[in-house]
Design a protein around this ligand. Sequence first.
Ligand SMILES: NC(=O)c1ccc[n+]([C@@H]2O[C@H](COP(=O)([O-])OP(=O)(O)OC[C@H]3O[C@@H](n4cnc5c(N)ncnc54)[C@H](OP(=O)(O)O)[C@@H]3O)[C@@H](O)[C@H]2O)c1
Length: 297
Amino acid sequence: MTETLLVTGASGQLGRGVINHLLDTHKVPPAKIIATTRNPENGADLAARGVVVRAADFNEAASLETAFKGADKVLIISTGDLDLKSGKRLKQHKNAVAAAKNAGISHLLYTSMPNPEPVSPVLFAGDHYGTEQAIKASGIPYTIFRNGWYQENLFMALPHAIASGHWYTSAGEGRIAHGARDDMAAAIAAGLVGASNESKTYTLTGPHAYTTAEIAALVSEVTGKPLNVVQVPDEALTEGVKAAGVPEDFADVVVSFDANTRAGRIAMVTDAIETLSGRTPKTLKQFLEANKTALAG
Ligand SMILES: NC(=O)c1ccc[n+]([C@@H]2O[C@H](COP(=O)([O-])OP(=O)(O)OC[C@H]3O[C@@H](n4cnc5c(N)ncnc54)[C@H](OP(=O)(O)O)[C@@H]3O)[C@@H](O)[C@H]2O)c1
């Protein structure tokens, strides 16, 4: 009998991608997929395909018991709740881990980040590290996907940088192997279907790691627009990001990404996407070419 697979955060982009791969690539019977979300109306199309759509909000621990009932394997998609002062996200994830434990599931999967240990400069890394620890303490066999940065994140910085011709950064010579979000979804779906009693941790990345200067050169090549990288100290970058209208808390997070890159903590390249999904991961150049108009305006 096929196991019942539960995916949280079903109306988010990654959660939706994983469910699409379960249905379309792995041909999991829709009735064997439980998609949970805070807003079940967003899953109406999935319900129409026969997927079981249930309400679940990690802020409401009591609601999770019903939501997780009958699931064999549970994929917890990390939430987008980055309220650093309250520590809310770690509490949300711990509620989900506890609910998975109470539901007696056989395998627990989670989307983390690379190198989340307490020394990480990334301001929210503790949420991921704390969740990984809670999962390990639960005793449930687990798969942790440490997702590298999405290629799609470049939409945050590039349109403004391309328009002005200047890309301000404090990342120095640090490298990032951005990966396509849908490639990560494909790998996670394969990992969910194939998960066994064994516990594993995968780091998912794109196929090549570039410095900011190398990314800028690729952007110029693809768009035909000059892009000059300007290295500044973290403090100056924070002021610049705030001046561009980004709220202070998030500006600090953005700059912590650059500090993390500069420290070489996101420079790794792995073949986990290809190994898990069997597909060749999208290159950065392919991403830039596909999104050239949207990026360059
Ligand atoms: N690796 C990277 O570059 C990168 C970049 C951005 C984000 N992330 C992380 O990866 C996650 C998935 O990425 P994405 O692109 O799919 O982000 P997204 O589209 O912004 O989705 C946010 C997700 O958070 C879920 N969520 C928010 N509050 C929740 C709550 N109280 N209880 C349960 N779920 C909650 C949402 O689920 P519903 O709306 O369905 O309830 C949704 O799945 C993000 O949430 C974030 O933790 C990683």
